[in-house]
Ligand binder design. Structure first.
Ligand SMILES: NC(=O)c1ccc[n+]([C@@H]2O[C@H](COP(=O)([O-])OP(=O)(O)OC[C@H]3O[C@@H](n4cnc5c(N)ncnc54)[C@H](OP(=O)(O)O)[C@@H]3O)[C@@H](O)[C@H]2O)c1
Length: 227
């Protein structure tokens, strides 16, 4: 029987999700990773030994189908990484109802819906459930008012996670993680750090927190962020 740790990474076609898969493979983990579009999975495929599944996290039927397909697997880590930035103009009155609905559904509602479906498959005692939050989701931080809707969507994710955690029957470690400001399609090329720096840090925090229990809002360096 293999003793390798197992991970399910949601949203791994590019950026931080792809980087997380790469780090985990380097560390000897067995990884299942999802992409929305299998025709855009070349970078993930090139990493080698990854079980690739198709999932649009917003599609409830697809989430149910994937949970059925993977129902016999146990995961040491479920990492819900997928997220979107939202409309270019985030001033109230500019974004449409559909854009705001899409942003909040993808960033705050769909991750919890998915976690609810898979939580029973996270390894008892030592398993970690991680959500890709952002320091911009901290309601105490005044930075980036031009991204007001994105910020509110990550604050909503943190709040939804908190509600979810309080209803859990099992002891679990839940992490709301800030990856740093990272050079990806979303973070842009002026961002402060690269994907390897961020994902090395994120995986280090996951390993450090495994088995501790509780819900923590921390960055990739392990520093606590105020809610
Ligand atoms: N980069 C930063 O500086 C930064 C800072 C703080 C937090 N974050 C968070 O980190 C996470 C990853 O960001 P990133 O910088 O790597 O962004 P990215 O390069 O834009 O990648 C976003 C990923 O999410 C996937 N995705 C989006 N909507 C999805 C859905 N409905 N179902 C499934 N997958 C979906 C995308 O898939 P497709 O390829 O199919 O579009 C892609 O794999 C996000 O949650 C983001 O909010 C990023």
């Amino acid at each position: 029987m293999s003793t390798a740790k197992t991970a399910l990474i949601i949203g791994a076609s590019r950026g931080l999700g792809l980087g997380l898969v790469q780090r985990l493979l380097e560390d000897g983990w067995q990884v299942t990773a999802t992409v929305r579009n299998p025709h855009k999975a070349e970078a993930l495929q090139a990493l080698g030994n990854v079980q690739i599944e198709q999932l649009d996290m917003d599609d409830q039927q697809a989430v149910i189908a994937l949970s059925q397909k993977l129902k016999d697997q146990v995961f040491d880590l479920l990492f819900v990484n997928a997220g979107v930035k939202g409309p270019d103009n985030q001033l109230p009155g500019h974004a449409t109802q559909a854009e705001v609905g899409q942003l909040f559904f993808t960033n705050a509602v769909a991750p919890i819906n998915l976690a609810q479906r898979f939580v029973g498959q996270i390894r008892k005692d030592s398993g970690v459930l991680a959500f890709m939050s952002s320091v911009l989701g901290s309601v105490t931080i005044p930075d980036a008012p031009e991204m007001a809707l994105y910020k509110a969507s990550k604050a909503a994710l943190n709040s939804m996670t908190n509600s979810f955690v309080t209803q859990l029957e099992q002891q679990l470690t839940v992490l709301s993680l800030h990856p740093g400001w990272v050079k990806t399609d979303m973070g842009g090329e002026n961002a402060e750090i690269d994907v390897p720096t961020s994902t090395h840090g994120l995986i280090a925090q996951i390993n450090a927190y495994a088995g501790k229990g509780g819900h923590h809002f921390i960055n990739y360096k392990g520093e606590t962020i105020p809610w």
